[in-house]
Design a protein around this ligand. Sequence first.
Ligand SMILES: *Cc1c(COP(=O)(O)O)cnc(C)c1O
Length: 461
Amino acid sequence: MPKTIIEPFRIKSVEPIRWTTRAQREQLLAAAHYNMFLLPADDVLIDLLTDSGTGAMSTHQWAAIMEGDESYAGSRSFERFRRSVQDIFGYKHVIPTHQGRAAERILFGIACRKGMVVPNNTHFDTTRANVEFTGAEAVDLLTAEGRQPALAHPFKGNMDVTALEALIERVGREQVPLVMLTVTNNSGGGQPVAMENVRAVSAVCRRHGIPLYFDACRFAENAWFIRLREPGYEHKTPKEIAQEMFSYGDGCTMSAKKDGMANIGGFLCTNDDKLAQQEKDLLILTEGYPTYGGLAGRDLEAIAVGVQEALEEDYLRYRIASTAYLGNHIAAAGVPIVQPPGGHAIYLDARAFLPHIPVEQFPGVALAAELYLEGGVRSVEIGTLMFAGAAQMDLVRLAIPRRVYTQSHVDYLVEVILEVWKNRERIRGLRLTHEAPFLRHFTAHLEPVGGVVARPAGNTA
Ligand SMILES: *Cc1c(COP(=O)(O)O)cnc(C)c1O
């Protein structure tokens, strides 16, 4: 069989993307105050801001959308959705929500109170915010390997089981309403959690009578990494691996905008009848009736098909290979990235990339700005602008939308990044000129320290 891994689809509908000149991009970036969130999407050539809700749907999903049953209660689409989710996740109650964070708000709103502690390998930002909103404390218990960007290790998303035991010991079992595992670990570089780690965490939870929940957004990518890297799983299907993983837990929250392969949606699952009743009561108050939960029937259909497609071997092989291709090609030229390449994104280590820019001058934002200037590529800083003094690293995330870009787009990205790498010493830091009191990265205004630097003539494309 030929070795080249190709996109396991052909293209039926195309969406044009628009070129701009470097001179135009300089103006556009200045008008956006050097903040990627303030750029109009039409002025971006390759958009790697996020993999959330940005994927392409399949012909099967579009066909299913036409079958959407928009009945308020008891719709056929909900039944399809419930059956499809249960087939993979196996939990008794499936509650649709409009996004992952709505599932989080309902779960934590019912399970958490002030003084409680929720352990996670790493809380995603909305997850942390929803835990903290209840007055509980969100604690990250990532293993030591997971905290070293340059270290290559197969399962850098694993939870530190000893630290979990110690935490439960310290605060008491009654103060831990649930333990959560994020698969894959988005905020920690898209790194997977091993089945062995899931089993160990589950055993600790069972021993203490604490429920285990998954933040399941990228469950299919995590299943593929287990198959590639964990002994004993090389002959299992991604679906069998996902089913086994979820069997060690008691429920999950899910954003269908990731491995649900849909543009909107999410869900909350649990095996606990009493909790499910409370969750449905709250759902009716804030999201909608339990057979639609803030979604249209057609959205439920798209998700029902999408969660199954996310587990297809040809898709996952291409998906993970494509992300790794980008990471490996730039790393081979010396570009510092979080190793090994994650499932949904490549993370550039901006402090190592731009050692001449002090952390107070936002090396991640400066690097993201230069990637846009060089090639019209939009990425996102995860560092000092996002987390201020709490930032332990300054990363630039290149998140890859699902089934959207082809191999030549990826080759183009490699070329752009290597050109920026070559000229890195010319990149200047930035300073803040405006910031909001919270979540400042979405709206901040910045400007180059010492003014805009002109590039040598002859490179205007
Ligand atoms: C995206 C995401 C969420 C939140 O989901 P939304 O659909 O954006 O609300 C929660 N956890 C993780 C790990 C995510 O990646």
